[in-house]
Design a protein around this ligand. Structure first.
Ligand code: HEC
Length: 160
């Protein structure tokens, strides 16, 4: 009896430690489940309802400072207003994810999207929790609606 409960205790301790030490990539994969509710596990989204996260536009945002700030803002604050993606127009609303994710979760989930859906992009550096926290401390929390305008401005400038 005592040995059995000791064994169960050890197994439980190991399981807790294993999840605590899951690397950032694993955490990103885990956190992406909340995004997959809309953007699907494949990241391809639902045309006309939820935009794909695999488009060259999304990949290109990782490559400039302004694009990186925009990605952090979108995940943290959400996005509203009209955007065009893959030739389709979206007038959707993405709810803020920052409260549930925190800076570390935002960094991990954005890195997961980059590595999983844009494997050909070798240059962008990964986000760190410190970078995300510094960006949010400096730039605050913009209205999700202004972020669709910022997206248009970024794409007009040509970030790719
Ligand atoms: C409840 C549904 C929903 C969830 C959950 C959600 N999104 Fe979105 N997301 C949307 C919608 C809708 C849009 C487009 C908003 C618009 O039309 O202005 C969008 C847009 C985006 C964009 C911009 C795409 C582009 O082409 O510029 C990114 C990046 C993004 N989401 C990432 C994420 C990530 C990462 C998560 C998880 C942390 C997430 N989303 C969770 C619905 C969702």
């Amino acid at each position: 009896m005592r040995i059995a409960s000791l064994t169960i205790g050890l197994v439980a301790t190991f399981a807790i430690q294993a999840s605590a030490f899951a690397g950032p990539d694993e955490n990103g994969r885990l956190q992406f489940k909340r995004c997959a509710a809309c953007h699907l596990a494949t990241g391809e989204g639902v045309p006309g309802a939820f935009p794909s996260l695999k488009t060259p536009e999304v990949g290109s945002f990782y490559e400039t400072d302004e694009g990186r700030l925009w990605l952090v803002h979108v995940v943290n604050s959400g996005l509203a207003g009209e955007i065009t993606s893959g030739g389709k127009t979206y007038r959707g609303f993405m709810p803020a994810q920052g409260g549930a994710l925190g800076p570390e979760g935002i960094a991990d989930v954005l890195n997961f999207v980059l590595h999983e859906f844009h494997p050909a992009r070798k240059d962008p550096t990964s986000f760190t929790a410190d970078e995300v926290k510094a960006l949010l401390d400096t730039h605050g929390k913009p209205n999700p609606r202004t972020l669709s305008e910022t997206r248009r401005a970024l794409l007009e400038k040509g970030t790719d």
